[in-house]
Design a protein around this ligand. Structure first.
Ligand code: SF4
Length: 211
């Protein structure tokens, strides 16, 4: 994609959805961090189902820490990899309580030092909670970036760097959500919905689908 195609691509996504949001449900920064940590290799729908019961009893690091690994596991058993996630989340809560005054830190370094928090989770928290123009490349963003020619790359770091360079600054904060939602609902893995795609005219995918 050339820069004028990229401009049209984001202009269009913005027009269709002016204020894109994460589909994970949360009411504070800690809940966002916990939800993102739980969402690795799981669907947002599945995570929301579990956190609707969990967050009313544990909406702070101290309250979640008090549940302990076993107590927390009872709430998240329906989420894949829950034993590891429960251990990581409780260990993360302990660090938040002991080293950060019970608050979620707003720097990449401090976030990535938390158990179970990798680059992608840190990027989501920095973007959604702290408004930083980060790009958390998940499977949807990776596919859309490569398929459309927006920011081709062999791995997630290459795609992340490509996006940070190519997405116009004006769209950078929301780009992550637009691309995830576009990949989840339109530019789907098995069969992209090209005939009803709003950005088809600026997409370089050579094998666009027809009805
Ligand atoms: S035209 Fe097809 S391949 Fe291109 S972005 Fe739209 S759905 Fe994806």
């Amino acid at each position: 994609m050339n820069s004028s195609q990229i401009q049209t691509f984001f202009e269009t996504l913005k027009r269709v959805n002016p204020s894109p949001q994460t589909e994970l449900e949360y009411t504070n920064v800690f809940e966002l961090l916990a939800a993102v940590l739980l969402s690795a290799q799981a669907t947002d729908v599945g995570v929301n189902k579990a956190t609707r019961r969990l967050f009313p009893v544990a909406n702070t690091p101290a309250k979640m820490l008090a549940l302990g690994v076993e107590g927390l596991s009872g709430y998240i058993k329906t989420i894949g990899l829950y034993p590891t996630k429960a251990k990581n989340l409780i260990a993360t809560c302990r660090i938040l309580v002991e080293q950060h005054g019970g608050k979620v830190p707003g720097t990449r370094e401090a976030l990535e030092a938390l158990p179970g928090v990798g680059r992608k989770t840190a990027n989501v928290v920095l973007n959604v909670a702290f408004g930083q123009p980060t790009m958390a490349v998940d499977t949807h963003i990776f596919r859309v970036s490569n398929r459309t020619g927006l920011a081709p790359g062999k791995n997630v770091v290459a795609v992340e760097q490509g996006l940070m360079k190519r997405v116009p600054a004006y769209y950078l904060v929301d780009a992550h959500h637009w691309l995830i939602l576009h990949g989840r609902y339109v530019c789907q893995a098995r069969k992209p919905q090209c005939p009803r795609c709003a950005v088809a005219s600026c997409c370089d995918f050579p094998d666009k689908t027809r009805d």
